[in-house]
Ligand binder design. Structure first.
Ligand code: ZN
Length: 419
């Protein structure tokens, strides 16, 4: 599927350190895995029915920063991302608003692309719609049935066949994966999150309450695709596993997403992946904090969304939106205040005035102290607040900006000050 236009990333002089990131699975800071100069990244994409609020933006901007510092360090990056363009919440929204679910998904995916482009996010190399991999998901589920790691659950609601579930206990017995490997959660927490986040721990007929759905047999009025299993559609976690494995070798250097994906989504994606390849699924798990607004976590169900497209339509500079988000460390939970955007616009103004007096003629190819400071801050678990502070200090010092300084801000922070 088409992604979006790639923004310009100036090459920077000198050499950059490889990034160290906090790993959810070990609760430690670890170097990112680079093999033969190459790294891979998978970030879970949106379910396209309410794009793109600042919680989403914060996640994709954090991993954009990672891609940018990998590129600066000379790493060849392969980045894959899905879009969950068929799933219960999308279908429910479509039904509630009287819109065809395909039209809703297409229009919201378009909006997401335009938001990412406004924010100067580098596009993934593989941007994959779940509806384009349905038969691959069915094959993966069939394979897990063959391996004895999945089973059918009686599904009276379907005339097409039975739902297929993954057997977490069988996977624990026969693979290196185990419950809590990635999330570090206890059983009680996992069961609670399973119920809250799309799972069905109470469904009768399952071998274990935490067993996740791999394949949903067709129901009346629901979209479905023919497959070797039954007419139906993919479960949520297996879609990411299948897309990641099609494009990225195991283990993925970094698997990322919002912290609400830690369990069950990422834990189960890892389980499916390890079951299919025998390899660990990801080397490092990186998660972004939740963004609140008006005192509550920004969420579709509460309706307290601040959307990138609405800020841009209201005349705000997307560079200021990017700076406002970058003012928070990606791992922290934080609250958006409208005043944050005003502060970011004032900051962008100061930076732009400094840039307009730049000595572009001095085509100096040496790293500047500002470039070194940005590299140091960002390689240290994507410390964007310190990176912004480094630019602030340079701007406040009154010394003239150089071409390398402006290139560094554009390449590493995704903010083009020459515009
Ligand atoms: Zn995912």
């Amino acid at each position: 599927m088409r992604a979006w236009t790639r923004p310009t990333v100036p090459a920077l002089p000198g050499s950059a350190p490889l990034p160290v990131l906090h790993d959810t699975a070990t609760a430690e800071r670890r170097p990112t895995r680079v093999v033969d100069g190459a790294a891979s990244l998978y970030v879970c994409g949106i379910t396209p029915y309410d794009a793109t609020h600042l919680g989403h933006a914060s996640t994709y901007l954090a991993f954009d920063t990672l891609v940018r510092i990998w590129l600066d360090a000379g790493v060849a990056v392969t980045y894959a991302q899905n879009t969950t363009d068929v799933d219960d919440p999308l279908l429910e929204r479509a039904a509630a608003t009287g819109v065809d679910w395909r039209d809703l998904a297409a229009s919201q995916t378009d909006l997401f692309r335009s938001d990412m482009q406004h924010l100067q996010v580098l596009p993934p190399d593989h941007y994959v719609a779940v509806t384009d991999v349905v038969s691959d998901v069915a094959l993966a589920a069939a394979r897990l049935l063959d391996l004895g790691l999945a089973y059918r659950v009686d599904t009276p609601g379907s005339t097409e066949g039975d739902d297929v579930y993954f057997d977490v206990r069988a996977a624990e017995r026969s693979t290196s994966w185990h419950l809590g490997l990635e999330s570090r959660y206890d059983l009680e927490t996992m069961t609670r999150f399973s119920a809250e986040r799309g799972g069905d721990p109470d469904r009768p007929g399952k071998r274990d309450p935490l067993d996740p759905l791999l394949w949903r047999a067709a129901r009346d009025g629901e979209p479905s695709w023919p497959s070797a299993l039954s007419a139906g559609r993919p479960g949520w976690h297996i879609e990411c596993t299948v897309i990641a494995q099609a494009h990225l070798a195991a283990p993925i250097s970094v698997n990322g997403g919002g912290s609400d994906l830690v369990f069950p989504h990422h834990e189960m994606s890892a389980a499916h992946g390890t079951a299919m390849t025998g390899e660990p699924y990801a080397d490092l798990w990186a998660h972004t904090g939740m963004v609140a607004y008006q005192g509550e976590k920004m969420s579709k169900s509460l309706g307290n969304l601040v959307k990138v497209s609405e800020l841009v339509a209201a005349g705000h500079d997307a560079r200021a939106v990017r700076l406002a988000v970058a003012g928070h460390h990606y791992r922290s939970d934080w609250e958006w205040f409208d005043a944050d955007l005003e502060a970011a616009e004032a900051r962008l103004d100061r930076w732009a005035r400094w840039a307009s007096a730049a000595d572009d003629a001095a085509a100096d190819d040496e790293p500047t102290p500002l470039l070194a400071a940005l590299r140091h801050a960002l390689a240290d678990d994507l410390d964007t607040p310190s990176a912004l502070a480094a630019v602030d200090a340079r701007v406040a010092s009154g010394s003239t900006a150089t071409a390398v300084d402006l290139d560094a801000v554009q390449a590493l922070l995704g903010v083009d000050l020459r515009r």
